[in-house]
Write a protein of this length. Structure first.
Length: 327
């Protein structure tokens, strides 16, 4: 029997507490219908007898308080809502307990921005994890010692797991069910809960807004110029000259401020405009390509697929309003 401890952090997102509980409970129910014993003991574990979640809209009553759980097999860290620094402060008491459980043999899984709580334990310093793409800049700023793989839906390293944004946590739950039970059970749960279990990247969902929460004014000017002139072929030397900076100095400061190289930033801005055009206009792929300053179809398609995980045609088929309505 595997003991699963689903934490109930203060300010948690209710769905990422109830979702895993529901799916693991369904596994137990199916096993029992098959005449087999249940595999999981599932507990909600909190700091108080009643914990406010979702901005105080709901209250969760944990099955056990943190000191009562002396050992477990899997710790699940749900996503938290609101100000992430405040959420870390409010939930500090969980951190040494998570570390203790991991050192005594438990596995640990973070869901969405639960990765911030995971990173605050120090367990993934020098290791990899993922989180919601919208929180990637904040994560890199707060935990520069962690290798963030923001395009991933799941990471798995040394018994520590993480999932991408929002409902991607369901993909991680299925991954764990396949590991703990078997592939057939994971497929069954995917069908019951209608989860696309083969999704491995969240790149197609990313909306690139650029990282502007910094104080380097020349770099902000460079970002604004790139975003206003996405149709043009902009070079690093051109930007360096415009800002009266040396090329190396510009590249170093740009990377530090935005977590992207200048070339990456230019490409991401162009691809974001291309994505919007493919979603909302009837322009063909070549027209979209020319509109964002590309003249080489192969280069455009390769860059688009690298950024989104999909070809331009696949992206249009998946997200264009008319195509979705027709489907």
């Amino acid at each position: 029997m595997k003991h699963i401890s689903i934490l109930v952090p203060k300010g948690a997102i209710l769905g990422s507490i109830e979702g895993p509980r529901l799916v693991f409970s369904e596994v137990n129910a199916l096993l029992q219908r098959m005449g087999k014993p249940a595999l999981f003991t599932i507990q909600l574990v909190g700091l108080d007898h009643a914990t406010a979640v979702c901005g105080g809209r709901y209250t969760v009553a944990p099955d056990a308080l943190l000191p009562e759980v002396t050992n477990t097999d899997l710790v699940i860290i749900p996503a938290v809502d609101g100000d992430l620094a405040q959420a870390l402060e409010s939930n500090q008491a969980f951190l040494p307990w998570i570390v203790k459980q991991y050192r005594e043999g438990a596995e640990v899984a973070s869901l969405c921005v639960g990765a911030f709580l995971l990173a605050a334990t120090g367990l993934i310093t020098g290791r990899q994890c993922t989180t919601h793409w919208a929180a990637a800049s904040d994560f890199r700023r707060m935990f520069p010692e962690v290798e963030l793989l923001e395009d991933r839906v799941i990471t798995d390293e040394h018994g520590i797991y993480s999932s991408g944004g929002a409902f991607s946590y369901l993909n991680l739950v299925l991954y764990l069910i396949e590991k703990y039970v078997n592939r057939e059970m994971a497929v069954f749960c995917a069908k019951v809960f209608q989860i696309d279990m083969e999704r491995v990247s969240q790149s197609a969902f990313v909306v690139f807004n650029g990282q502007k929460a910094h104080e380097d004014e020349p770099i902000k000017k460079a970002q604004a110029y790139i975003e206003e002139n996405y149709r043009e072929k902009i070079t690093v030397d051109q930007l360096a000259s415009m800002l009266a900076l040396g090329r190396r100095n510009l590249e170093r400061r740009f990377k530090k401020a935005t977590s992207n190289s200048v070339v990456e930033y230019i490409q991401r801005v162009k691809m974001e405009v291309a994505k919007s055009s493919l979603e909302s206009t009837r322009e063909n792929v070549n027209e979209v390509m020319y509109n964002v300053g590309y003249t080489d179809p192969k280069a455009f398609r390769l860059t688009f697929k690298r950024v989104t995980g999909l070809s331009p045609k696949q992206y249009r088929s998946k997200y264009q309003r008319e195509a979705v309505a027709a489907g």
